[in-house]
Design a protein around this ligand. Structure first.
Ligand code: ATP
Length: 243
């Protein structure tokens, strides 16, 4: 299977400090891939570099096209989208106007389809379309941030900590929607500290520690790994020794 996103030997630094070192990953079409890891492991840094917010040394390509020469908005036009960790909505604008901003490159007709698609995925946003983003609940704000990213009709959606600060019932809702996205043909690269939820929904996973990937594989195998269980899932598998 050819990769939709392919990152090879990526390094990302803040000044002299390398926050991401020699990382390679790929995401195939119709795949959900998760990167799990503790606070400060470098997950956000990696996503930001793939999006073009931070400089990436190494190679990142989308559907075979080298991303290096592309500005952020050209990456969006190529089918890449990022929902940032802190959602970055325009609090004083309503739901509809926030969504419209996500469609800034789309033709009029396409933007109408995108609204319909987002409102089908998140009926709550349709109900609240005239409400100011700043007055939405945390869960609704996450839905809006995802909806805005989807307005550009991405092939690959990168989600940075979508569960952050949300109640478990809302997290379940968001994760169910991520599954629906894949079913509709969007691939997902999911960064999460909620490893349990992420490994349940993902096809494959990478485990990141101190800027490097220390393990990768099928999500079910990663979830069954003794070290992952002890470090990230909060339990040890019976009869297994930690590695
Ligand atoms: P979190 O879930 O807390 O965001 P993370 O895995 O996404 O964790 P990053 O935010 O990518 O980790 O941080 C990776 C490393 O880079 C950390 O050591 C962090 O302190 C450092 N770092 C992050 N942002 C900056 C910055 N703007 N300037 C300098 N160092 C930074």
């Amino acid at each position: 299977m050819s990769a939709l996103l392919s990152v090879t030997d990526a390094h990302v630094a803040y000044g002299k400090v390398e926050a991401v070192r020699a990382v390679s990953l790929d995401v195939a079409e119709n795949e959900i891939v998760t990167i799990i890891g503790a606070n400060g492991a470098g997950k956000t840094t990696l996503l930001n570099a793939v999006m073009g917010i931070l400089p990436l040394k190494g190679r990142a390509a989308l559907a075979g096209e080298d991303l290096a020469p592309l500005e952020i908005e050209d990456r969006v036009a190529s089918g890449l989208s990022l929902v940032p960790e802190h959602r970055e909505l325009f609090a004083a604008m309503n739901v509809e106007d926030n969504l419209e901003l996500g469609a800034f490159r789309a033709a009029k007709g396409q933007s109408k389809n995108s609204f319909e698609r987002v409102y089908t995925l998140f009926p709550r946003l349709k109900e609240r379309r005239k409400q100011l983003a700043g007055t939405l609940s945390g869960g609704e704000q996450q839905m809006l941030a995802m909806g805005r990213a989807l307005m550009g009709a991405p092939k690959l959606l990168m989600l940075d900590e979508p569960s952050l600060g949300l109640a478990p019932i809302i997290v379940a809702d968001i994760f169910r929607t991520i599954g629906e996205l894949r079913a509709s043909g969007v691939s997902v690269l999911l960064v999460e500290q909620n490893a349990q939820a992420a490994l349940k929904i993902a096809d494959r996973a990478y485990v990141m520690e101190l800027g490097e990937f220390i393990l990768s594989g099928q999500a079910a195998d990663i979830a069954a790994n003794a070290r992952v269980a002890a470090s990230y899932l909060g339990f040890t598998h019976e009869g297994e020794s930690r590695i």
